[in-house]
Structure formats: structure tokens, C-alpha cells
Design a binder for this molecule. Structure first.
Ligand code: SAM
Length: 249
């Protein structure tokens, strides 16, 4: 059963209100009628089974029948640092990283980033990115949508995870161990950071700075992957290893 994300303000127990694009979808596309039941979510780990009490092109209301809480974590949190990429590539990484279960996504400004954030557009850009992850979280029936942070400079980013047990830096042309071999844990209280470079790759000093902050350089093989491919490949391997792509106890 699909789960529709609602703005938390539209959920006021025992009632919910449906507006905007979702209203159009449930009224016009799904032809929802009073008495029908839907699953809605606040996108922050709570779902509600509701019964529609009224539904028109202007407004839909529902009554909460049951409240469901997100099951407790069974795997570490995964934070993806992704160097800003040109055009739709960044949007694509945000969407796929959401489907693959990333918990937080941090856009990165690196020495070879072709794309530089513009202060005047930052907040609109972040809001757009979070709409992409919200839509992808809804489509993939996640309990929560990952947060896309404001872009961070590389040196600030690598300094934020001293309490994070596993920090992986996929770096091209390095003779490092494969990402499938590097030590990572499955403790739900732990966190795993992955950092993917820009189209131009990492500057040598960025790899050295990261190593000083505890990042372990890893290889994704001998082929040079596009940044967006590397993000999905690395995330997939890590998620598989911690049991997030099907249990592998
Ligand atoms: N312009 C760089 C070059 O030709 O060496 C390639 C950079 S690649 C397009 C972008 C990012 O993807 C890299 O900074 C790295 O994080 C990741 N990446 C791509 N291929 C990789 C590989 N074989 N091993 C590890 N990381 C890789």
C-alpha cells in the first residue's frame, strides 16, 4: 500500500488534512471517496492509517485510525558526502541515494568542483533538493526522507565526523583496498560516512587531509567511474554489507 508523505503541520491528531499536489492525486487520479483508507506519513518516522471523511478538489480530510512507529534501527546510519555535480547529475544522485537508504546527504565544495554554490540561491536549492529526496522516499516507501544539508567546504565536512566509526573515501587511481574488504561494522548505533569526489576527482591534498581525519581511502576497482556511478556503487556495496539490501546475517 503506498504511503503518502504529508507536511507535519497537516497532521493534527485525530485528524489530517490533505492539500496541494497530493490532494490532486488522491482526488483526481485515485478518485478517493469518503470511507476509503490511506496510509500517510510525517516523513519523520511515524505513519498513520486514516479513513477519508471528505474529499473534494478543494480539500480532503481524514480521521486517524491507527498510528505506526518506525521499527528501531538495525543498521548504522549512512552519511553520503557528494561533491557538487553539474546539472541533473546531482539530482539523480540525491534520488538514487534516497532509494538506497542514505540517512543524510551533504553536498560538498571541493577544490576541483566545477559547480560552486551561489549564496543567493542556496536555500532555494536546498529546498529543491529536499523535495527530490522527499519524493524518492515516498516512492521507495521509506519511513523517513534523508536530509540534504547546505553545501559544506571539504575541510569543514571532514572535521564533522570524529565520533563516526567508519569514514570511507573512494578515491580513483589509488592502490587502496576494495570497498568490499574495508572494515565496517553493523552496529545500529554506529555511523558510516562515504565521500564521493567531483567530475575532476580529488586533489591529492584532499585525500591527505581526509586521512588525517580518519578517512580510509578505498578503491571501487580499476575502472574510473563517473561520480554519480561511484556514489551509487559505493553506497550499494556498503548497504549490502550492513544488511540494508536484504538481510545477510
Ligand atoms: N577525473 C578523475 C580522473 O580521471 O582520475 C575521476 C574522478 S571520478 C569521475 C569522481 C569520483 O568518483 C572520484 O573522486 C571518486 O570519489 C569516485 N571514483 C570514481 N572511480 C573510482 C574508483 N575506481 N575507485 C574509487 N573511487 C572512484
Amino acid at each position: 500500500m503506498p504511503v503518502f508523505f504529508l507536511p507535519p503541520d497537516d497532521i493534527v491528531p485525530p485528524d489530517v488534512t490533505v492539500t496541494g499536489a497530493l490532494l490532486t492525486h488522491i482526488h483526481a487520479s485515485l478518485r478517493t471517496r469518503p470511507g476509503d483508507r490511506l496510509l500517510v506519513s510525517d516523513g519523520k518516522g511515524t505513519r498513520y492509517s486514516i479513513e477519508i471523511t471528505e474529499c473534494s478538489s478543494r480539500l480532503a480530510k481524514g480521521r486517524i485510525l491507527d498510528t505506526l512507529r518506525e521499527p528501531s534501527r538495525t543498521a548504522p546510519r549512512v552519511i553520503l558526502g557528494q561533491a557538487l555535480l553539474k546539472g541533473e547529475k546531482m539530482d539523480w544522485v540525491l534520488q538514487k541515494a534516497t532509494e538506497l537508504g542514505a540517512d543524510t546527504i551533504v553536498p560538498l565544495v571541493t577544490r576541483r568542483s566545477v559547480v560552486r554554490p551561489q549564496a543567493s540561491r542556496l536555500h532555494n536549492q536546498q529546498a529543491r533538493w529536499n523535495r527530490i529526496t522527499l519524493e524518492a522516499a515516498q516512492q521507495s516507501e521509506r519511513w523517513t526522507a534523508p536530509t540534504v544539508n547546505l553545501p559544506l567546504e571539504w575541510t569543514e565536512f571532514i572535521g564533522r565526523f570524529d565520533d563516526c566509526a567508519y569514514k570511507l573515501l573512494p578515491a580513483e587511481r589509488e592502490t587502496a583496498g576494495g570497498i568490499g574488504e574495508v572494515s565496517i561494522g553493523k552496529d545500529p548505533e554506529a555511523c558510516i560516512v562515504l565521500a564521493i569526489g567531483p567530475e575532476g576527482g580529488w586533489a591529492p591534498e584532499e585525500v591527505q587531509e581526509a586521512a588525517r581525519r580518519g578517512f580510509v581511502t578505498v578503491s571501487l576497482g580499476s575502472r574510473i567511474l563517473r561520480a554519480e556511478t561511484a556514489a551509487i556503487a559505493a553506497l550499494s556495496v556498503v548497504q549490502s554489507r550492513i544488511g540494508e539490501l536484504g538481510r545477510n546475517d
